[in-house]
Design a protein around this ligand. Structure first.
Ligand SMILES: *[C@@H]1O[C@H](CO)[C@@H](O)[C@H](O)[C@H]1NC(C)=O
Ligand SMILES: *[C@@H]1O[C@H](CO)[C@@H](O)[C@H](O)[C@H]1NC(C)=O
Ligand SMILES: *[C@@H]1O[C@H](CO)[C@@H](O)[C@H](O)[C@H]1NC(C)=O
Length: 474
């Protein structure tokens, strides 16, 4: 219906030629590198496997919930049913007996009755930590002012390994402060009910740090882990409101084991509060800073792919799961049976029993069938029904000197490392001792809730995994 005039034909022909040329060039380019297509194919494979693994887990759960479960063991089959008639079924049923988060890495834990998750793991777990500046390389007399490597860390993490006294610092959950008061919010950050005329109202999210070991305060505190603050306790509030963190210009690249993480400084008051405490361990640590991950997903820290089952991949693009400022994995699980075994060995030597807090787990599970059963777990389910969480047990946790630090006083001894080395030297060359195990949430379980008292079902088992290399003694 339109007259094809000659110019249009020429333009069309040129356009086709140009397009073909571009396509050919693009294709040749990717052919050479082959990276684009292989990356795409790799990603597609991961998505497919992730879906398949998830389907398999769901199928398994459906079978178990039917009451089937081929070889039951102490596992699976009994979960979800309260046996009234079957007292013969006196089978031990694993159950969650404790949930802990550590809002600031290396400081004291907060015990919770229940919790949820976000992209970084358990809500509020290890979102802050202590760092020290890394001395900048200088050329001649002066720093040349140029970062030769933008990815190079500017700071390095500090933990109880270097400063055991960090264990004396008590931390609260983030507390939201509004005009109508302070509210502890165990399950996350929600707005309070609106009041009429509350237009200009602002809110802040604060974490309280407190310690009785500041300054010269003679720590005659007879292991008083009391929740109430003693009068001589020093305390400060750290503003971790998302808006405050976003607005702060003090951003660092913090080295944390093998990763470099984007963090933001939470201010001078927090820095000097913590410095005054860790300085007592080592005067060289007078320059520490307190940092937080950035809100709104601006900090990413992926878990090492080597250890991630496909089912832990997140979202439509099947991206790697993340951790917060933990050592390497988002969740640490310990069992009471393993601690009991350790403690009975300590008792035989006439030594003191140790509390679970030495191992700083997130989730403690009781009533497992035997000590260190967790070595062989692969996938477990916590809770039943829609909001149950599936966790993948990925690798045993090598322990360091931190476990020898009294988590009340900050004093350091030789146990449990000495006794663990009798029977838990399992890594390469037996150089590391293992207690508790690292876990990652299943990719589609980020809406789950876990609660103390939840039944735990061991879905799959397999060979234990230890580190390929010995852990650094940082
Ligand atoms: C962070 O990302 C997760 C999933 O990618 C999303 O559900 C969540 O709302 C994000 N949080 C913020 C504060 O943007
Ligand atoms: C991941 O872990 C493996 C095995 O321990 C290690 O060889 C590799 O270097 C790690 N990758 C990264 C990026 O740290
Ligand atoms: C463990 O099992 C025993 C016996 O079945 C029960 O009495 C106990 O309460 C369980 N422990 C927990 C923490 O639920």
């Amino acid at each position: 219906m339109v007259d094809v005039d000659p110019t249009t034909s020429v333009v069309a022909a040129s356009a086709i030629v140009a397009l073909t040329t571009i396509l050919l060039l693009v294709q040749r380019r990717y052919h050479r590198g082959a990276s684009f297509f292989s990356t795409m194919m790799g990603r597609i494979r991961v998505v497919i496997r992730s879906r398949a693994e998830n389907r398999e887990l769901r199928r398994l759960i459906a079978v178990l919930d039917e009451g089937g479960g081929e070889e039951g063991g102490d596992d699976a089959s009994s979960s979800g049913r309260t046996s009234v008639s079957s007292s013969r079924r006196r089978r031990r049923r694993p159950v969650v007996s404790g949930i802990f988060i550590h809002p600031v890495k290396s400081m004291r834990p907060v015990s919770l009755a229940e919790t949820k998750f976000d992209v970084h793991g358990l809500l509020h777990d290890r979102r802050l930590m202590i760092v020290r500046p890394i001395p900048r390389r200088t050329i001649g007399e002066y720093d040349d002012g140029n970062d030769h490597d933008d990815d190079a860390p500017t700071h390095r993490f500090v933990t109880q390994r270097q400063c055991p006294r960090l264990a004396t610092i008590e931390v609260t959950m983030p507390i939201e402060i509004m005009t109508d008061g302070i509210r502890d919010d165990a399950t996350g950050w929600k707005r309070m009910g609106r009041r009429s005329g509350g237009m200009g109202r602002t809110s802040k999210v604060l974490i309280r740090l407190s310690s009785s070991s500041t300054g010269s305060a003679s720590s005659s505190s007879s292991s008083s882990s009391s929740i109430a603050l003693a009068d001589n306790d020093a305390r400060i509030y750290v503003d971790v409101s998302p808006s405050t963190l976003i607005a702060s210009p003090l951003r660092y690249r913090a080295g944390l084991w093998g990763d470099v993480v984007d963090v933001v400084d939470v201010g001078d008051e927090a820095a000097s509060f913590v410095s005054n405490i860790v300085r007592l361990d080592d005067p060289a640590y007078g320059d520490v800073r307190v940092v937080s991950i950035l809100p709104r997903n601006l900090t990413t820290r992926h878990v090492n792919e080597t250890y991630c089952p496909h089912a832990t991949r997140v979202g439509y693009l099947s991206t790697l799961p993340q951790g917060g400022l933990t050592d390497g994995f988002p969740i640490l699980i310990a069992t009471q049976a393993s601690l009991d075994e350790l403690n009975s060995r300590l008792a035989k030597k006439g030594k003191e029993r140790l509390p679970m807090s030495r191992f700083r787990p997130n989730i403690v599970i009781d009533n497992t069938s035997r000590p260190f059963d967790e070595d062989e777990w692969k996938a477990i389910r916590i809770g039943t029904g829609k909001d149950a969480a599936i966790l993948h047990i990925v690798k045993g946790c090598p322990r360091c000197k931190q476990s020898c630090t009294d988590q009340i006083t900050g004093e350091r001894g030789n146990e449990p490392l000495e006794t663990l080395s009798d029977f838990r030297s399992l890594g390469k060359g037996g150089a590391d001792v293992y207690f508790a195990t690292n876990a990652i949430l299943n990719g589609d379980c980020y809406e789950s809730t876990i609660r103390v008292g939840d039944p735990v079902t061991i879905l799959t088992r397999g060979d234990p995994v230890w580190d390929a290399d010995t852990a650094q003694p940082e």
